[in-house]
Design a protein around this ligand. Structure first.
Ligand code: PD2
Ligand code: ZN
Length: 283
């Protein structure tokens, strides 16, 4: 089945490819716009072939910077349009790429997520990289749970907001994770990407490739402690409800300087929701 390729569509595809968006990301955007998968594929192949000369001038896929999730910060905006909300840009860092957001969630949204998640909390597991399975881990002493993607109205709404804010297809995101840290609980410094040298990593990567970005959304502040820390660059982000911190990593390597941890909660309870973003559609 084919659908007509308008000049506008052709220009859009060429521009998206030239700024580094991957064909899989374009396929998802086209699906969202109502294109059949096979028609989108045929149109992309045709446009890429027609645009070969243009793309050739900006370099091959190998020497183009890898497309990563992230807000459009061109012109140093104070707010970014996230569809149903104007999200504040509070602080940015280039290397590592870190962006601190305000007004990311309303107080009602924080409360609702906590209320739904509370009933389903279990002691957190982390992916066991030897096998690709999951195990209890002393490095993470919080309790947690996962939502399925699109599981309910609030989760679906947040996923749409995140996809727009970070310019990354909703389908490339893992299900939202919610964590509760009681006094003494912490998440020791770690990287969120999967270590390529671990034997279980190829199994994990089959579901959507590497993680390339993390958005932590704070739902409840503890009374003391509980900052998210980036030890390589001496950055600490206060876990204020409704705010969040995003960071991206273009390769699974410490050179990204994305080592980060959740400092011990000293008093009260900290609640946070995590959205991890993959290279491709997460299945
Ligand atoms: O809760 C945190 O601050 C935190 C810190 C580091 C969460 C995560 N990592 C994570 O969910 O990956
Ligand atoms: Zn983490």
């Amino acid at each position: 089945m084919t659908q007509p390729i308008s000049p506008e569509l052709r220009a859009w595809v060429v521009a998206q490819l030239a700024i580094g968006h991957s064909p899989p990301a374009l396929r998802i955007s086209m699906r969202d716009a109502g294109w059949q998968d096979d028609a989108a594929e045929a149109a992309l192949v045709e446009i890429q072939a027609l645009a070969g000369g243009v793309l050739g001038e900006v370099g091959s896929a190998d020497d183009m910077p890898k497309a990563l999730p992230g807000p459009n910060l061109e012109g140093s905006p104070l707010h970014v349009d996230a569809g149903d909300r104007q999200v504040q840009v509070m602080q940015t860092m280039r290397h590592p790429r870190v962006v601190v957001f305000g007004n990311l969630l309303s107080q009602e949204e924080c409360n609702e997520l906590i209320a739904i998640a509370r009933a389903r909390l279990v002691r957190s597991l982390t992916v066991e990289t030897q096998t690709g399975g999951e195990v209890m881990n002393v490095d993470r002493t919080s309790d947690g749970m996962f939502f399925e993607r699109g599981e309910n109205e609030i989760v679906a709404r947040l996923e749409r907001r995140i996809a727009k804010l970070l310019q990354w297809p909703l389908e490339f995101g893992e299900g939202l994770q919610v964590l509760r840290y009681s006094p003494g609980a912490q998440y020791r410094p770690h990287y969120d990407y999967f270590d390529p040298s671990e034997p279980g990593t190829p199994t994990i990567l089959r579901r959507g490739g590497q993680r390339v970005g993390t958005l932590l959304m704070y739902l409840q502040a503890p009374e003391q402690g509980g900052a998210t820390t980036f030890p390589d660059v001496g950055l600490e982000v206060a876990p204020l409800p409704g705010t969040g911190v995003f960071f991206s990593y273009d390769r699974p390597d410490p050179a990204t300087r994305t080592l980060h941890g959740g400092a011990p909660v000293l008093a009260g309870e900290k609640w946070v929701a995590t959205k991890w973003l993959r290279e491709r559609e997460f299945t």
